[in-house]
Each structure stands twice: as structure tokens, then as C-alpha cells.
Design a protein around this ligand. Structure first.
Ligand SMILES: *C/C=C(C)/C=C/C=C(C)/C=C/C1=C(C)CCCC1(C)C
Length: 262
């Protein structure tokens, strides 16, 4: 079954470009100064996210039916992030402030979508209980709500950090030692096993960058202006790995598995 026919594909692409265009225009009044490296990193990454979105959506045409959903979700992650990057870039360029609220809105949507990817790639190869999906979603919510409450000062910065870490460890437990980890080890073909394993290392190493950013931004003592700069650069680079590279791994396994069947 073809999930995206030629027409549906065009509609999806047009919708995506429509979603993006007004936000691009919205940025037109700004002057990005040539020594604002944090601002430049916001620009570079927003463009990379747009390009990745187009790539993932177009490549859904190339893979077998059951892999199309995974690729579509990768494209949604980069699309949602691209739009947030336009707003974040404007906040940064205009005010020099850290766009915390946009980051967390972005994470609130993209992190659960990234978690769904683990569920989807397992579902493409085995019978999977919805418990995996719920546990990963709940872990993400605890992680993000804890971090947000700490960053904006609803709770003590350390308390927010500890709650956030607990949510993240819960996710790691599920994908390494819990039902999801066991399923991949016992039932997945080689290519899926290897993708699953790379994905969970991204969630371990790549995701560790965010609590480090939080630590240097809020818990370590230092000059507040320079820690705002490092916080944003660190988060921006982390997103390249955790959103774009993560999507590319899924794209790779989807293409490999589809071509093996063909
Ligand atoms: C695309 C965006 C992603 C993958 C964002 C991930 C965010 C995190 C892994 C955040 C983790 C945090 C903790 C583990 C502790 C508390 C503070 C957070 C929210 C920064």
C-alpha cells in the first residue's frame, strides 16, 4: 500500500512550505551581526532542519510501507524544530535572551516523537505492546516538566534537575534493560538491531548534552552572559545530532530493510 501517492506527497510538501514561509518573512527586519556566532548557529541549524524535513518526506516514497511512518515522524521532528528555530533565532538576535519557552515547547513535541520512533521501528518487525510507548512518553514528560520548572524558577534549580534526570534514567532503563531493549535483542534482524543500538546511544550520549547545558547555564557559577551564550550553542549543536542525525539513522535502516525485501 502506498501511504503517500504523488498528490498526497505534494500536499504534504506544500503544507510544510506554507507553515514555514511566514516565519521566514517574519525574520526579515532583523540584522544578524556578523560576529553573533550564537545567532549564526541558529540560522545554520534552522536551514539544515528545513532541508532535512524535505529530504525525509521525499524519501518516504522510496521505502516499504511499514517504514514510511518512521520516516514521516523523522520529518515531523525536523519540521517542528525548524519552525521553533525561526522564533528562537528572532528572540536571540533581537534581545540576546535565551528563548527557553520556545525550546521547551519544541521539546514537548519533538521528544515524545523521537520516543515513538523506538516503538515504531520495533513495531515494523515484531508484535509490540503499547506499554513501551506509554512508558517512554511518561519518562519524557517527567524529564521535561522537571527541567522546565527548574529553568523558569517554579522549583529550586537543583530539584528540577533531579526530577529531570530521573525521567531520563527511566527512559534509558526502558530502552536498554526494559521490554523495548529485550525485544530488540531477541527479535530484531541485524540492521534493526544495529539501528536500535545507535539510536539508544544517541539518547545516552547525545541527550546528555542537555543536562550538561542546564548544569552550566543554571547550576555552575559563572558569568551569566557567557553562560547564556554557551547554553544556546550547546543546545543548538545537540539538536543537530539528536534530531537530524537520529533521523538519518532511521532513514538508513528503512532503506536497507526495504531494499533487502525488494
Ligand atoms: C530535540 C530535542 C531533544 C532531543 C531534547 C532533549 C532534552 C533533554 C534530554 C533534556 C534533559 C534534561 C535533563 C535530563 C535534566 C533536567 C534538565 C533537562 C530538561 C535539560
Amino acid at each position: 500500500m502506498k501511504l503517500f501517492t504523488g498528490k498526497a506527497m505534494k500536499t504534504a510538501l506544500i503544507t510544510a512550505s506554507l507553515a514555514i514561509t511566514p516565519t521566514v518573512a517574519f525574520a526579515a527586519g532583523d540584522n544578524l551581526s556578523s560576529d553573533d556566532f550564537v545567532g549564526i548557529s541558529f540560522w545554520l541549524i534552522s536551514m539544515a532542519l528545513v532541508a532535512s524535513t524535505a529530504f525525509f518526506f521525499i524519501e518516504t516514497q522510496r521505502v516499504e510501507g511499514k517504514w514510511k511512518t518512521s520516516l514521516t515522524v523523522s520529518g515531523l521532528v525536523t519540521l517542528v524544530a525548524a519552525v521553533h528555530y525561526f522564533y528562537m533565532r528572532d528572540v536571540w538576535v533581537n534581545t540576546g535572551d535565551t528563548p527557553t519557552v520556545y525550546r521547551y515547547i519544541d521539546w514537548l513535541i519533538t521528544v515524545p516523537l523521537l520516543m515513538i520512533e523506538f516503538y515504531l521501528i520495533l513495531r515494523a518487525i515484531a508484535n509490540v505492546s503499547s506499554g513501551i510507548f506509554w512508558r517512554l512518553t511518561i519518562g519524557s514528560l517527567i524529564m521535561l516538566v522537571g527541567g522546565y520548572a527548574g529553568e523558569v524558577g517554579y522549583v529550586n534549580a537543583w530539584l528540577g534537575f533531579v526530577i529531570g534526570m530521573a525521567g531520563w534514567f527511566y527512559i534509558l532503563y526502558e530502552i536498554f534493560a526494559g521490554e523495548a531493549g529485550k525485544l530488540s535483542a531477541e527479535q530484531a534482524p541485524e540492521s534493526v538491531k544495529s539501528a536500535f543500538s545507535t539510536m539508544r546511544w544517541i539518547v545516552t550520549i547525545g541527550w546528555a548534552i542537555y543536562p550538561l547545558g542546564y548544569f552550566y547555564g543554571y547550576l555552575a557559577t559563572g558569568d551569566p552572559a557567557s553562560s547564556a551564550e554557551s547554553l544556546n550553542v550547546i543546545y543548538n549543536l545537540a539538536d543537530v545530532l539528536n534530531k537530524i542525525a537520529f533521523g538519518v539513522i532511521i532513514w538508513n535502516v528503512a532503506v536497507t530493510e526495504s531494499e533487502a525485501k525488494a
